[in-house]
Design a protein around this ligand. Structure first.
Ligand code: SF4
Length: 157
């Protein structure tokens, strides 16, 4: 067996361990923009229990968060602040566009509203709805966990 295949085995094992840890300890940022944020807040209640997925520890500082949930209407006036928060998050970090407004601008086809957060930052999971139910955020978290599971350390920046 050559060095390259040995390295491949080590990387694969390491990926599995790291991805397992990352997907089970997502730390979302405490951050809301509009009505969708109310649905997001409900996910920490006992009924929805986001703690099942290890994502219940909403962090007050972007430096301690690895998941940015963009919940609601993003106005162009708010955009610089959101970009600043995103840039302050350390790698690896992930983004969920939560609700029609965050995905595409939603019903606000107007000059003052950003027509999709993915015009400015990379989005990992899109969740449509106006507003999406709290269960939809849990679905988005499950999708994100599946995505993290397929990541490899060698592909990371
Ligand atoms: S998608 Fe609907 S519920 Fe969510 S922020 Fe936009 S208007 Fe409000």
């Amino acid at each position: 067996m050559g060095i390259e295949s040995n390295l491949g085995i080590v990387t694969t094992c390491l990926d599995k361990i790291v991805n397992w840890a990352r997907k089970n300890s997502l730390w979302p940022m405490t951050f809301g923009l509009a009505c969708c944020a109310l649905e997001m807040m409900v996910t920490v209640s006992a009924r929805h229990d986001i703690a099942r997925f290890g994502a219940e520890v909403y962090r007050g500082s972007p430096r301690q968060a690895d998941l940015l949930i963009v919940p609601g209407t993003l106005t162009k006036k708010m955009l610089p602040m959101v970009l600043r928060l995103y840039e302050q998050m350390p790698e690896p970090k992930w983004v969920i566009a939560y609700g029609n407004c965050a995905c595409t601008g939603g019903v606000f086809r107007t000059y003052s509203v950003v027509q999709g957060i993915d015009l400015y930052i990379p989005v990992d999971v899109y969740m449509a709805g106006c507003p999406p139910k709290p269960e939809s955020l849990l679905t988005a978290i499950i999708k994100l966990r599946e995505k993290i599971d397929k990541e490899s350390l060698k592909d990371r920046r």
